[in-house]
Design a protein around this ligand. Structure first.
Ligand code: FE
Length: 333
């Protein structure tokens, strides 16, 4: 009996040493993942290798095919997650842990991608020039009272395409086009720069309100130069007239040919646990999604909101229509 036990003990030790890793392709900065990958390695002994990609995730996975070392892909935005799935590069996971930890609205019905955190696309408004009660809906952005007062990044950026996709879902194609024409008519300048550049423009007096993602507030506050921009604005959570606040997700998918599949599933399960979610969300100033998890104190201080309940897959499905409207309106011209 004793020798059997020590044989089991030996083999338990030996197995991880053989194939003890998981490989990640990430559109997210490795330093954002570091607190999590370190905690995962500490808990499981599985080493995590992260390759950061700027672009071309789908192309790279397709080209590598079965030889790809990647087990997991990390990205933000539902369109990018579904692009991986649509290209046949992911595989479904059957897991009670994932079913419990990831709410329905934040996972693929086909179980090929899983949301980890959310971010809201909100309004940054000048503290001195905008009464918060003047902008409470996304529809408000098309009101002529904002003429010459709105700043935004390019309409074709994934964040704005997803927002317009939500407008399409709420207002229909014609309504969405009219809305986007209204927003364009209100722009203070041609769309340019990233979300933070819009807040800088408010601080500089070029515009009064801007569209941006919530977590940039946290990123600006931690930056010596950008802190002043952040402190010049209020974070306002608009809703759709017949809905909630637009959110998008960061998420993960298991690759079709994952060489370390079991380790990879363990890692996703770990990432969806409320504790890991809170670490991840805090590092990125995002919102955790696992039931019972909470946003950090700083993120919570920006206010609470009800997420729009439009299914994220529905949004991804409107992407083509959204891009067409953006072009027809000449939003970025
Ligand atoms: Fe971003």
């Amino acid at each position: 009996m004793k020798s059997l036990l020590s044989a089991i003990a030996l083999s338990t030790v030996a197995i991880p040493a053989l194939a003890d890793e998981v490989n990640i392709y990430s559109y997210r900065q490795p330093e954002l993942l570091a607190p999590l990958t370190e905690a995962f390695t500490e808990e499981t002994g599985i080493n995590v290798n992260v390759a950061f990609l700027n672009k071309g995730m789908v192309e790279r996975l397709s080209a590598e095919g079965k030889r790809s070392p990647a087990d997991l892909v990390f990205t933000v935005d539902i369109a990018r997650l579904s692009a991986v799935v649509d290209a046949g590069l992911a595989q479904p996971i059957e897991s009670e842990i994932l079913n419990t930890n990831v709410p329905d609205q934040y996972r693929d019905p086909g179980k090929e991608w899983w949301g980890l955190t959310t971010r809201a696309r909100i309004i940054y408004a000048s503290k001195s020039r905008v009464d918060p009660s003047d902008v409470t809906t996304y529809e408000d952005l098309a009101d002529p009272k904002w003429k010459g007062r709105i700043c935004t990044r390019a309409g074709t950026h994934a964040y704005n395409v997803a927002l317009l996709s939500a407008v399409i879902e709420h207002q229909g194609l014609e309504g969405a086009k009219t809305w986007l024409e209204g927003v364009k008519a209100n722009l203070a300048r041609k769309p340019q720069g990233n979300d933070r550049a819009q807040v800088k423009a408010i601080w500089a007096g070029e515009c009064d309100i801007a569209i941006g993602n919530t977590y940039y507030m946290g990123k600006m506050l931690e930056d010596k130069e950008q802190k002043a921009w952040a402190e010049d604005v209020n974070v306002l959570f608009p809703t759709f007239e017949n809905g909630g606040t637009h959110v998008n997700i960061s998420g993960v998918a298991l690759t079709k040919h994952a060489p370390n599949k079991e380790n990879a599933i363990k890692m996703i399960e770990f990432l969806t646990s409320p504790k890991a979610q809170e670490i991840y969300a805090e590092a990125n100033y995002e919102y955790p999604i696992a039931p019972g998890s909470q946003a950090s104190d700083l993120v919570a201080s920006w206010g609470s909101f009800t997420a729009d309940d439009v299914n994220l897959m529905t949004l991804a499905g409107h992407r083509g229509e959204a891009l067409k409207i953006i072009e027809e309106v000449g939003f970025d011209d």
